[in-house]
Design a protein around this ligand. Structure first.
Ligand code: PRP
Length: 183
């Protein structure tokens, strides 16, 4: 496939095929855990929209989907630490088994905030699923219940992850060339 973006990519970190295979395993693991429990998949926008679409189709449970939009980076490369809800969910989640779907767990600010937010709203259980885990950058005590890939501390984009709102539509995870973000 032709891509205008690949000149900005230093290296491919996770290929399309690797992502697909891992999501199939993750879908199976969630199926085992949530059979008969009618879980609610909650996509944290914008980054997780691609992963969410593939994950829910890899997990043929009776379930429903919700979307919440939050931001803490405001186009910076380091989290501001303040999580802002730009769009909240539209239903009462009291007593529901929540599966929070993230593209990346980095400092942990976003998921620490969301975990507390939904616990306070009365979720029966909260399960954190992330495609990428970057434990080297963690500042909050958050661990994923299910993680696709552990990644090093490099600037990753693609498959939902952006730099300045771009590169989300690349079908793989790549490392951005430093000259792109140090311009
Ligand atoms: C990214 C990503 C996670 C969060 C992870 O979102 O999608 O939600 O950062 O980082 P943390 O663990 O340090 O909180 P971002 O705020 O960039 O918004 P986006 O999803 O719209 O890209």
């Amino acid at each position: 496939m032709r891509s205008e973006m690949e000149n900005d990519i230093l290296k491919v970190l996770v290929t399309e095929e690797e992502i697909k295979a891992r999501i199939a395993e993750m879908g199976d693991a969630l199926y085992e855990k949530f059979q008969g429990k009618d879980p609610l998949f909650l996509s944290v926008l914008k980054g997780s929209f691609v992963f969410m679409a593939d994950l829910v189709r890899a997990c043929q449970l009776k379930s429903d989907v919700e979307f919440i939009a939050v931001s803490s980076y405001e186009n910076a490369t380091v989290s501001s630490g303040r999580v802002k809800i730009n769009h909240d969910i539209q239903q009462d989640i009291t007593g529901r088994h929540l599966i929070i779907v993230e593209d990346i767990l980095d400092s942990g600010n976003t998921l620490a905030f969301l975990r507390d937010y939904f616990k306070a709203k009365g979720a029966a259980s909260i399960t954190i699923v992330t495609l990428l885990d970057k434990p080297s950058r963690r500042t909050k005590a958050v661990t994923a219940d299910l993680a696709g890939f552990v990644v090093p501390d490099e600037f990753v984009v693609g498959y939902g992850l952006d730099y300045c709102q771009q590169y989300r539509n690349m079908p793989y995870i790549g490392v951005l060339k430093p000259e792109v973000y140090s311009k």
